[in-house]
Design a protein around this ligand. Structure first.
Ligand SMILES: [Zn+2]
Ligand SMILES: [Zn+2]
Length: 553
């Protein structure tokens, strides 16, 4: 009887974001990624969303470390929060650690956190875990699939991957090694990226974007070029730079993370831009516009990003106009479409020409599509399969691909956030649940909570009506007020009459309460709230938040 192995899914199975799982062997835990998720419109004022760390906190002394598949924030962005309460070493490629460290540093936690770089193909022991880091191609360099060699056989996690046969840096997804593991020992369980499981066919190679960019630079040789992409997408940045350099242009970066990542990429030898062809953004004004290419952040339409400010005509260094070509070399991630649309609109208003992925092939996905997912399944030939990294529909489609590729139907598990699964001698089964709700972060304060979010939605959609009244504590007699203050319910100057009636309704309810002997604070508050709520609803068919403030003297 070999020891059982467990996997707890803390996030990423049911949404794109906050990817996090914990593998358990011999009572020890190894985290596999620890990411964040960006909020949608249903979460007003929320900066980011994290996995629920309650269970990890309760098991803090069992956490051996964290292995990172790659440097995207949906895999690393939760660390700076978790590390405030827990301390453990982090393993990943040098670039992954470089990208992850800035948030950890900002949180002041770098001093007590060990970052341990691993190289392609490395296999190492981390406590009872035997972990192998296998190169994969993705939209950030130096990503890994991770093989866990466990007492219950090999668990292979694909990481975020695609099968790019002509990657910009020549570093292929190591299908040979994956095939070797499959032949040598077999793969007990495959966990694989479901992001594009609904998309038929293959992703295009990242290098295909290079030619499109070169053509654009040729066509628009008389214009200044501003190109926006993800700051972590060093291969895209390299291709934009190559096209610009080839067209005799000088490059400037715009946006804090872009400047930082370009500097880091050059330092690590992952980006090749000669010193004399890179200038400060403050100096672009000294060059003829058609000799300049600005590489910028803001491809997701983030409100305060460089590109958004440019689109609003508010950037300090660059004023865009008819002499500019703006290339948005990215795809809006779900939830960001509207803001990206606004940015594109603003750029058109300024007279700039805009090329985005809907117009030309200036972007390719970093996630495997169906044919690639099937190829991986055919090489791995796993005994068991669990789709990860996706919304429920993505994972559902991925289970179909797995069964179509020969994984026995009973061996395909559709797990969700909070599920714990166990590998033992008789198979892979569900083995319990842990808390895995959303942890909403606003500013640097932890959980905002569902109640706060509900309040914010009501305030945003219906407004608030506040009523202030002072009553005699003994008799319940109204001494001052009621005064009614409203924001977002009705336009006050035009609603004097309505407010007067509302005051009368509140007064009547207080008298009624006093008559029936209810003079305690809670009873009065309740009376005021329901009377006013009823009045507001009857007269306006609206349901603003009602806040009664009853003062007793
Ligand atoms: Zn990724
Ligand atoms: Zn991801």
């Amino acid at each position: 009887m070999a020891d059982p192995v467990k996997i707890a899914f803390l996030g990423g199975l049911g949404e794109i974001g906050r990817n996090c799982a914990a593998i358990e062997i011999d009572n020890r835990l190894l985290l596999l990624d620890c990411g964040l998720m960006f909020p949608d419109e249903q979460m007003p004022g929320v900066d980011l969303v994290l996995p629920d760390f309650t269970w990890l906190r309760e098991n803090a002394d069992r956490v051996e470390g964290c292995v990172l598949t790659h440097g995207h924030e949906d895999h690393t962005g939760g660390l700076s929060f978790l590390l405030r309460e827990l301390s453990f070493p982090i393993f990943g490629s040098a670039l992954t650690l470089g990208l992850a460290r800035s948030r950890i540093e900002e949180a002041g936690l770098l001093g007590r956190t060990e970052l341990i770089p691993v190289v392609d193909g490395e296999r190492r022991r981390i406590g009872p875990f035997d972990v192998e880091f296998i190169p994969v191609t993705h939209s950030v360099p130096h990503g890994f699939a991770i093989a866990f060699h466990t007492p219950q056989g090999v668990i292979l996690h694909s990481g975020d991957f695609k099968l790019d046969l002509t990657p910009v840096d020549g570093r292929l997804t190591d299908m040979a090694r994956i095939g070797a593991i499959s032949y040598e020992s077999g793969v007990r369980l495959l966990l694989s990226d479901s992001t594009n499981a609904e998309e038929a066919g293959h992703t295009h190679s990242e290098s295909s974007v290079g030619k499109v960019l070169r053509d654009l630079f040729n066509e628009h040789h008389d214009k200044r070029v501003v190109a926006a992409c993800f700051a972590s997408h060093l291969h895209r940045i390299q291709q934009i730079a190559d096209a610009a350099l080839g067209a005799g242009r000088t490059i400037a970066t715009l946006g804090r993370s872009m400047a930082k990542n370009v500097a880091m990429g050059r330092e690590m030898g992952l980006l090749d831009i000669p010193d004399d062809r890179l200038i400060d953004i403050e100096k672009v004004g000294n060059l003829a516009p058609e000799r300049v290419c600005v590489i910028s952040t803001g491809s997701q339409g983030e409100p305060m990003s460089a590109l958004s400010l440019m689109a609003a005509g508010e950037n300090k260094w660059l004023k865009l106009g008819t002499g500019d070509l703006v290339v948005i070399s990215a795809h809006a991630i779900p939830g960001n479409e509207t803001s990206v649309g606004k940015v594109i609109d603003g750029l058109h208003r300024l007279g700039a020409e805009v090329v985005h992925s809907g117009i030309a092939d200036v972007h390719v996905s970093g996630h495997a599509m169906q044919e690639e997912l099937k190829t991986l399944l055919s090489v791995v030939r796993p005994e068991y399969f669990i789709p990860v990294h996706g919304e429920f529909r993505h994972m559902t489609h991925h289970t179909r691909l797995a069964t179509a590729m020969g994984v026995a139907e009973g061996n395909v598990l559709l797990a969700e956030d909070g599920d714990v699964i166990e590998l033992n001698d008789s198979g892979v089964t569900f083995a319990g649940e842990i808390p895995a709700g959303y942890l909403y972060v606003d500013g640097i304060v932890g959980d905002v909570g569902r109640g706060v979010l509900r309040d914010r939605r009501v305030l945003a959609e219906e407004g608030v009506v506040i009523v202030v009244v002072t009553v005699d504590a003994k008799s319940g007699e109204v001494l001052t007020g009621p005064e009614i203050i409203t924001k977002g319910w009705v336009f006050a100057p035009e609603a004097e009459e309505l407010l007067g009636e509302a005051r009368a309704a509140v007064l009547a309810s207080l008298e009624e309460a006093a008559d029936s002997g209810g003079t305690d604070y809670e009873t009065l508050r309740r009376h005021v709230r329901s009377a006013l709520g009823r009045f507001v609803n009857e007269r306006t068919r609206r349901r603003p938040m009602i806040v009664p403030i009853v003062m007793e003297v």
